[in-house]
Structures are given as structure tokens and as C-alpha cells.
Design a protein around this ligand. Structure first.
Ligand SMILES: NC(=O)c1ccc[n+]([C@@H]2O[C@H](COP(=O)([O-])OP(=O)(O)OC[C@H]3O[C@@H](n4cnc5c(N)ncnc54)[C@H](OP(=O)(O)O)[C@@H]3O)[C@@H](O)[C@H]2O)c1
Length: 308
């Protein structure tokens, strides 16, 4: 019997990584994950071999990648906290890419972000562009997949947590004029794009966005309608909105929204001019999931910081 192909997925017990891992398992591949939470109680735990990130031990990291044809890389941070900075995330990503090269991995399918730029003053977008360059210069065959905001399939922090607030607040603020574009992609569509790219050997960079393009104001109104919110929606100055979200953050013990995330949004970076590759309509999805959307708050801090 032919040996099963081995793929490594970073963060297979996380959000997009779990969707990629499930698709690979369904296709008969063997999946190994590299994660910060190898012991996590997770439905995929029995099907996926879990290794630790070991960024400070590249030899161990290389061993975790040995035998794999493809690395699906989701690793990144959403915001800086303590010594976990974007510069460190770039450095860790470079250690991972070098380990993949040394381990003989053939291809990397890397999840980036739409509109990254090394000239950006936003460290998230700048760091993503730096990692993309490292991949292009690594000699590996690569697909760089650039999503905007990801929704659906559990743990879609932004859309879910907006819905969570809309269910509870009598008044809800739209930051600035709300006229900036946002074009999220369904996590299943993103995973399909990644797995398809894993089969190819072409060097490509693709935007992953869905068919629905909203202004932020339209998206808020659609979520409010979808979950049956009675909140009065009003435009508020950005500093006011950030102040209020920082108070909500203290109550829920999380970072709800960062200034840089708002700036990225308002600069139109979560939008693509390329043809949409994700067929799932966010508008339809919101109305299909209106009953469950935002019932529970999804905390980034609880996922990636508190349990360490
Ligand atoms: N979610 C979105 O809306 C969105 C939008 C645009 C781009 N992206 C990009 O898509 C990729 C996957 O995102 P995702 O939401 O699916 O991520 P995720 O599952 O929450 O995390 C992806 C990987 O990064 C690790 N990680 C995340 N935060 C970390 C932290 N603070 N410290 C250490 N490790 C951390 C996770 O570690 P564990 O294995 O320990 O969980 C996991 O291996 C990322 O590159 C992200 O930048 C996401």
C-alpha cells in the first residue's frame, strides 16, 4: 500500500488551520501540526500528530517538518503583547521557513493578508510583507494566499464579536463615516483555496476574498438585522469608538479592537480589486446563522495568552 502523503499545518487546533487540516485528512493525507498548544483538548487531537513550535530550537522544528511535502502556514499574531511582538513573529516565521527548506519540504502554502506592504506603518501589514519576501527568496515552491477578514466555521472573531455586542448594546458605534470597504472570506473557501494550492507547484500570490463587498456601515447593519438586534447604530469619532471598545475589552478580558486594526480597515486594506475566489456570500451566511451568531464571545486573549 502506498504511504500516505504527510502535510504539516501550523495551528491545526486553531481557526483556519483546523479547516485546512480537515480537508487534508478527508483527502487521505497524514497531517502533523506545529502549534503552541500541542496538548489542547481538540476534536482533531486523535487524528493529527502534534508538535510544539520550538522557534528557539530550529533543529527540533526541522524534525517536525521532515517527511512533509507541504507546509500550510497559518502562524501569525493579531496584536503585540509583552515580548510577543510583530518583529518576533517575523523572526519566528523566518526560522520556520528556513527549517522547512532544510527539512526538504517541497511547497509552502502561506496565509498572509490582503494588501501587505513593507512600506506600511502598520506593523501587521509590514511584517506580513517581510515574511512574504522571505518565502519568495527561500527557493521553496510557494502559494501565498491573502485573505481579508475570515468568517464562519467557529472562532471568526471580528464578525462574531460584532454580533455579540449588537445583541447586548442599546447603542452601537460605527467608527468614522463607516464608508470604508470590507470584503471578508469564508474560512471554508479559504481552506479550499489553500488545499487546492497545495496540489500545485506554481509560484503564485492570490487574494482570498468573497463575492460580497460591503462598506463597514452596511456590514454592521446586515449583522444587526441578521441577529435581530435592537441597537441604535450611529457613527462615532474613532477615538470615542476605541475608548468604548477598550472598556468592553476590560470587561471581557480581551483586546476587542486595536487602533492599528481600525486604521487598516479605514485605509481600505481589507478589500481586494482582484476577482473574488470565495463563493460563499457573507450576506447569506449572516441570515442563515443569525440564530447562533454572536451568542458567545470569542476571546483572542483566552485562546493565545491566558493558558500559557
Ligand atoms: N482570522 C482572520 O480574520 C484573519 C484575517 C486576515 C488574515 N488572517 C491570517 O490568517 C492566518 C490564520 O489566522 P487564524 O485566525 O486562523 O489564526 P489562529 O488559528 O488563531 O492562529 C494561527 C497560528 O498562529 C498561532 N498564534 C496566533 N496568535 C498567537 C500568539 N499570540 N502567540 C503565539 N502564537 C500565536 C496559533 O497558535 P496555536 O497553534 O497555539 O493556536 C496558530 O498556530 C494568520 O496568518 C492571520 O494573520 C486571519
Amino acid at each position: 500500500m502506498a504511504e500516505q502523503e504527510l502535510c504539516v499545518v501550523t495551528g491545526a487546533f486553531g481557526y483556519s488551520g483546523s479547516h485546512i487540516a480537515r480537508r487534508l485528512l478527508d483527502r487521505g493525507k497524514r497531517v502533523r501540526t506545529i502549534t503552541g498548544r500541542p496538548d489542547k483538548d481538540d476534536p482533531l487531537q486523535s487524528k493529527v500528530e502534534a508538535h510544539s513550535f520550538n522557534f528557539d530550537n530550529p533543529g527540533h522544528l526541522r524534525k517536525s517538518l521532515e517527511g512533509a511535502t507541504t507546509l500550510y502556514n497559518t502562524y501569525w499574531i493579531r496584536f503585540e503583547k509583552g515580548d510577543m511582538t510583530f518583529a518576533k513573529a517575523v523572526a519566528n516565521s523566518r526560522v520556520l521557513i528556513q527549517a522547512a527548506v532544510e527539512a526538504g519540504v517541497e511547497r509552502i502554502v502561506h496565509i498572509s493578508i490582503a494588501n501587505p506592504s513593507e512600506a506600511s506603518y502598520l506593523p501587521y501589514f509590514r511584517g506580513k510583507a517581510q515574511v512574504e519576501r522571505t518565502i519568495r527568496e527561500s527557493g521553496l515552491s510557494y502559494a501565498i494566499v491573502r485573505p481579508t477578514v475570515i468568517f464562519g466555521g467557529g472562532k471568526d472573531i471580528l464578525i462574531n464579536n460584532i454580533a455579540w455586542m449588537l445583541r447586548r448594546a442599546p447603542v452601537f458605534g460605527i467608527l468614522g463615516d463607516g464608508q470604508y470597504p470590507i470584503q471578508p472570506v469564508h474560512v471554508g473557501d479559504l481552506a479550499d483555496i489553500c488545499v487546492k494550492q497545495g496540489e500545485s507547484r506554481d509560484r503564485v500570490t492570490l487574494d482570498a476574498v468573497s463575492v460580497d463587498l460591503f462598506t463597514m456601515e452596511e456590514l454592521m447593519c446586515t449583522i444587526a438585522e441578521g441577529v435581530g438586534s435592537y441597537a441604535a447604530l450611529m457613527r462615532v469619532p474613532v477615538p470615542v469608538g476605541l475608548f468604548v471598545t477598550s472598556i468592553i475589552g476590560r470587561i471581557v478580558g480581551d483586546v476587542v479592537l486595536t487602533r492599528h486594526e481600525v486604521e487598516g480597515l479605514m485605509e481600505g486594506l481589507l478589500y481586494s480589486e482582484k476577482p473574488p475566489l470565495g463563493p460563499t456570500s457573507l450576506r447569506d451566511w449572516i441570515f442563515e446563522h443569525g440564530d447562533t451568531l454572536g451568542r458567545e464571545y470569542y476571546s483572542e486573549m483566552a485562546t493565545h495568552y491566558k493558558k500559557k
